[in-house]
Design a protein around this ligand. Structure first.
Ligand SMILES: C[S@@+](CC[C@H](N)C(=O)[O-])C[C@H]1O[C@@H](n2cnc3c(N)ncnc32)[C@H](O)[C@@H]1O
Length: 226
């Protein structure tokens, strides 16, 4: 089923939205996504499943000295968010139309990401669909690989079963990440955890939220711990 968020206005994603096939030819060599920005030396944060781009637009405006890339696999949401970044003239925000898990596993260079954001990712509640969740054992390893030393993954969800899944994965990978409490970003509103579109929608429904931060351990640290 096709649908449109634009109410007939149309989107202009030029300069802000990138299709996966527009990435530099991928021949097995990995990509440094910081090179997608005019100022590639700035700190770099990646959001997987950026939806309408609410977090990117809010936080990108507050932290203009940081580059933000959102990866979204719904074409409609990708176009909506890229158009929104363009309308807000956020030169530090870009959207990529791609599968975030594949990007992490096959395309992203190692040691380039300062912060990874996963907010309200699809819970895929049926057991036979759990393999579609973004967080998997192999994703944990790839998140560790793409993060810079000292980098962090932020996870927020309303879904009790997905939260248990996150806790299990965090416990199974203590050699890679140290689990710490989550602190809201500067752009979150009063009483908000992170302030995404889905958080606001679910808050109106009275749902509770769960959040954690996973700090990347250095390889030396993990070797010492084992
Ligand atoms: C429930 S929505 C949350 C959107 C946004 N983070 C928020 O909190 O408002 C989940 C989004 O993740 C996208 N998504 C799911 N799996 C993805 C993947 N593997 N790569 C990129 N995007 C994905 C979906 O298309 C959807 O837009």
């Amino acid at each position: 089923m096709s649908f449109s968020l634009s109410r007939g206005r149309g989107y202009d994603t030029s300069g802000f939205g990138l299709e996966a096939e527009d990435l530099p030819t991928w021949d097995g060599a990995v990509l440094d996504p910081r090179c997608l920005f005019a100022a590639p030396d700035l700190p770099f944060e990646l959001e997987i499943g950026s939806g309408k781009g609410t977090f990117l637009v809010q936080q990108g405006a507050v932290k203009q000295d940081t580059n933000f890339l959102g990866i979204e696999w719904s074409r409609e949401f990708f176009r909506y968010a890229a158009d929104r970044a363009r309308r807000n003239q956020l030169s530090n925000v870009r959207l990529l139309h791609d599968n975030g898990r594949e990007f992490l596993q096959h395309k992203c260079a190692a040691g380039v990401v300062d912060v990874l954001h996963l907010y309200f990712t699809d819970p895929w509640p049926k057991t036979r669909h759990h393999k579609r969740r973004v967080v998997q054992d192999e994703t944990m390893a790839h998140m560790h690989r793409v993060l810079k030393p000292g980098g962090v993954v932020h996870l927020v969800t309303d879904h009790v079963d997905l939260w248990a899944w996150y806790q299990d994965h965090a416990e199974r990978h203590t050699h890679l990440f140290e689990h710490q409490p989550f602190s809201p970003p500067a752009s979150a509103g009063d009483g908000e955890v992170v302030g995404t579109n889905f958080e606001r929608k679910y808050r109106r429904e009275g749902r509770a939220f769960h959040a954690m931060s996973l700090f990347r351990r250095s390889v030396e640290e993990s070797n010492c711990a084992s």
